[in-house]
Design a protein around this ligand. Structure first.
Ligand code: FPP
Ligand code: MG
Length: 297
């Protein structure tokens, strides 16, 4: 089924009828397709399901094409990013093509789905702006971090689950809550893997967030745990990337049990996701939560 979605994306792109767009988009590798897996787990048999997944994946790709330019990231999913190979202009323009074609297709869907997905794109753009501006200084405010993450990551995951529930005539509020909590847990795990995994496993550089100016949950918890003088040292290291700083950070993550603290927070959201749909009897959705928590990249 995931293969069918990839093919639908290709056919949407072919419809635009421009060989340059085709060539550029052939460089995009599909990721885990978490959002499609959710949709398929909620309404596997609806005739519009492949279109809905293709639309969502194209919006997700558009946001990453823009994000890699904004973050100046040159590796995506283990390969050189589109901006690394073809430059920023092409990455932005290709993102625009993906985004607008997806929206054109979205207008053919149930109005409630169009509203849910388009509103999620407003939220994820708002989240990206907050993420960038929060990068100006070390952020010690957990509330702000969660708000940004709800927008940047959870919004589209939540809208995907909600839209699938609308297609399947299910209680869409429950699925929206499921997606929202799963999305928060997903990003917390992403932020955790950034500090625990090697770049080979991640398919992108490791310990990159701090260098990029992202004060993710591991760093906020570390700040809270450190004695006063070391809090100052941590702030002074913000956005730097030296081997001795990595060692300093790793030693303290271990000393203050930061990894397990962050894991517990992700699990708390994972449990909230599962309890949001507890009466829905959908084992696949529960498995998606478990696999997401246990993932290594
Ligand atoms: C990745 O975050 C980025 C996002 C999940 C969302 C980015 C959103 C935008 C750029 C707005 C897009 C707007 C339109 C119109 C499509 P990250 O940098 O923390 O994750 P990464 O490590 O995978 O790059
Ligand atoms: Mg990024």
């Amino acid at each position: 089924m995931l293969e069918k979605i990839t093919q639908r994306i290709e056919s949407f792109i072919s419809e635009i009828g421009n060989p340059r767009i085709k060539a550029l988009s052939s460089r995009i590798t599909s990721g885990k397709m978490l959002r499609s897996k959710l949709v398929l787990a909620i309404c596997p048999n609806h005739p519009d399901v492949v279109d809905l997944c293709a639309i969502i994946e194209m919006i997700q790709s558009a946001s990453l094409l823009h994000d890699d330019v904004i973050d100046e990231s040159y590796i995506r999913r283990g390969n050189p990013s589109v901006n690394a190979v073809f430059g920023n202009k092409n990455s932005i323009m290709l993102g625009d093509v993906f985004y607008s074609k997806a929206f054109f297709e979205l207008t053919k869907m149930d109005n409630r789905i169009a509203k849910s997905i388009s509103n999620a794109v407003v939220e994820l753009s708002r989240g990206e702006i907050d993420d960038v501006f929060m990068g100006e200084e070390f952020n010690t405010d957990k509330g702000k971090y969660f708000e940004m993450l709800q927008d940047k990551t959870a919004s589209l995951i939540s809208a995907s689950a909600e839209s699938a529930a609308i297609l399947a005539n299910l209680n869409h509020q429950k699925y929206k809550a499921y997606g929202s909590n799963l999305g928060v847990a997903f990003q917390i795990i992403d932020d955790l893997l950034d500090v625990t995994q090697e770049s080979m496993t991640l398919g992108k550089p490791s310990m990159n967030d701090f260098k990029e100016g992202k004060t993710t949950l591991p760093y906020i918890y570390l700040y809270e745990a450190l004695p006063k003088d070391e809090k100052k040292i941590l702030i002074s290291y913000f956005k730097q990337d030296k081997p001795e700083i990595r060692t300093w950070l790793k030693e303290r993550f271990e000393k203050y049990h930061i990894i397990s603290l962050v894991q517990s927070e992700a699990k708390r959201y994972a449990n909230l996701a599962i309890s949001s749909i507890k009466d829905e009897n959908n084992k696949t959705l529960e498995e998606i939560v478990q696999n997401m928590i246990n993932r290594e990249f």
